[in-house]
Design a protein around this ligand. Structure first.
Ligand code: ATP
Ligand code: MN
Length: 477
């Protein structure tokens, strides 16, 4: 008999004869009530076992974590809390689960403990909800761009260019560690390596993406990205997923419009599709916030916060205006910041970004026109000669969620900039070709998918929104 997903059973509009459900036992109460979950929804279905006519041996095997198949009738529930339940006629244990040993006991576990059991944490309510939301969000990403006619491009994961400078790279090599081939001057001889040159895992698909935008017009990437940055924060992963649209003929304002519209679309899409999961995550967050002192609690509940982002324009503020605000703000004057803002040109730390978003503007902020010397080489130099057409989008509770820019389309200006920074022109010959042949204004940005998932789920540590996080000293699973 084919089983029906629990979500569909719970959404039934009428009682049903002879249904079958398969799933994992969450709890078994009074030797009679199984809360069964199959991952299709946050909700369990209650299965009522006829314990008087079920062998004691079988009843003992209905334990938290066990896989079971129940066949019976879908009837209106007598109990509170659910509309329907299954009156079990036949119960089969598919896979036992030793109640003494199964780590996911029906009680509150610490997030740290759950991370150590990432292969099983997805069987909890919270992680089931997070992973369903993540899945829907990623579909929304594709939907948005596909509806607008963007071409999805898979840029290489193993890259031969290391000039982007977005972060520390992981080397890719097939050379042996002992008797590593060396050149005469003792350096590693990459000519003898698999690709005949030095290669790395990608830190960004942007440069390759630009070449495609200069042919296909509007493109996006959505793929894994790797950074060997040893920053053990709640916002950095060594392996994360990045979304990078790149659009020919877009200037920085178009780029900001695109980013804002995109973020609002995917959040709206997910609110519409994930009501139950988001309601659950909202109550989870509210509970968690009760542990915090009043002053640190967020003023809005999760769904209210998401709706706020949909209903309000992102505040667009130039770097120069931001510096003025920061220089004069109380935490700067009282030396509460770790890095005191004294003058124009200072790089903004996350404490400053969060002050702007959470305390000053109290809404998402787009900062633009940054000093050239704190941003990447490919960003379009402004007429003032000292700022570039860069934009970062800052979100409450998250900090930077998007980094983007209008790209330097002028061959001479770009080459001069590369020279000044010691970036090898020879190596980026193919990138420079986009400026040699049919160059045009174009813009794009990178959005860290996990930071978006953090925002939408209300989780606070990036390790909890990706199935198997990779961070310094951790690559279990
Ligand atoms: P940060 O200052 O937070 O390290 P960044 O300036 O290095 O970010 P970009 O190089 O502009 O970031 O990358 C684009 C986006 O990718 C960022 O806005 C962020 O959302 C995301 N991102 C960057 N590094 C990481 C990381 N290590 N883990 C997860 N997401 C990241
Ligand atoms: Mn970084």
């Amino acid at each position: 008999m084919k089983h029906t997903r629990i979500k569909d059973l719970l959404n039934s509009t009428k009682t049903l004869q002879e249904v079958n459900a398969k799933g994992w036992v969450r709890t078994f109460r009074n030797n009679q009530f199984i809360a069964l979950n199959d991952g299709s929804t946050i909700h369990n279905i209650q299965c009522v076992v006829d314990f008087e006519n079920t062998p004691e041996e079988t009843l003992k095997r209905i334990t938290t974590g066990a896989a079971v198949s129940v066949t019976g009738n879908l009837v209106e529930s007598q109990g509170a809390g659910q509309k329907y339940e299954i009156q079990v006629v036949k119960l089969e244990i598919l896979g036992d689960s030793d109640a003494e040993k199964f780590p996911m006991q029906p009680k509150k576990h610490s997030l740290e403990f759950l991370r150590e059991n990432a292969h099983l944490r997805v069987r909890t309510n919270a992680f089931g909800a997070i992973m369903r939301v993540r899945s829907v969000l990623s579909f929304a990403v594709h939907n948005y761009f596909q509806e607008k006619g963007f071409v999805y491009v898979n840029t290489p994961i193993i890259t031969g260019s290391d000039a982007e400078g977005a972060g520390e790279m992981f080397k890719v090599t097939a050379l042996p560690f002992d008797n590593t081939p060396r050149t005469e001057d003792g350096k590693i001889d990459y000519k003898k390596d698999f690709f005949g040159k030095e290669t790395n895992l990608t830190v960004s698909g942007q440069l390759e993406g630009e070449t495609f935008a200069m042919a296909l017009g509007q493109i996006y990437t959505f793929g894994p990205t790797f950074r060997a940055e040893n920053s053990n924060t709640s916002r950095h992963l060594a392996e994360f997923w990045m979304i990078e649209p790149e659009v020919a003929f877009n200037d920085l304002n178009d780029n900001m419009d695109l980013a804002e519209d995109f973020i609002q679309y995917v959040i709206k899409y997910t609110i519409d599709k994930c009501q139950d999961d988001l309601k659950f995550l909202e109550s989870r967050l509210t509970e968690e916030e009760k542990q915090k002192p009043q002053a640190e609690r967020s003023e809005m509940a999760l769904l209210e916060k998401l709706n706020f982002v949909l209903e309000n324009n992102f505040k667009r503020v130039s770097y120069t205006e931001a510096i003025d605000i920061l220089r004069d703000c109380a935490p700067n004057k009282k030396k509460k910041f770790n890095y005191i803002i004294n003058e124009w040109g200072a790089d903004l730390q996350s404490e400053h970004e969060r002050y702007l978003v959470e305390k000053h503007f109290k809404c998402p902020v787009i900062l633009f026109d940054y000093p050239a010397n704190i941003k990447a080489f490919y960003m379009r130099l402004n007429e003032d000669g000292k700022t570039v057409r860069a934009m970062d989008i800052l979100f409450p509770g998250i900090g930077e969620i998007v980094g983007g820019s209008q790209r330097e389309e002028r061959f001479d200006v770009l080459v001069e900039k590369m020279k000044a920074l010691g970036i090898d022109e020879e190596e980026l010959w193919w990138y420079l070709d986009t400026r040699r042949f049919g160059s045009a204004v174009h813009s794009g940005f990178g959005l860290g998918f996990e930071r978006l998932v953090l925002f939408v789920t209300g989780m606070t540590n990036i390790r909890d929104v990706i199935p198997f996080p990779r961070t310094p000293m951790n690559a279990e699973f």
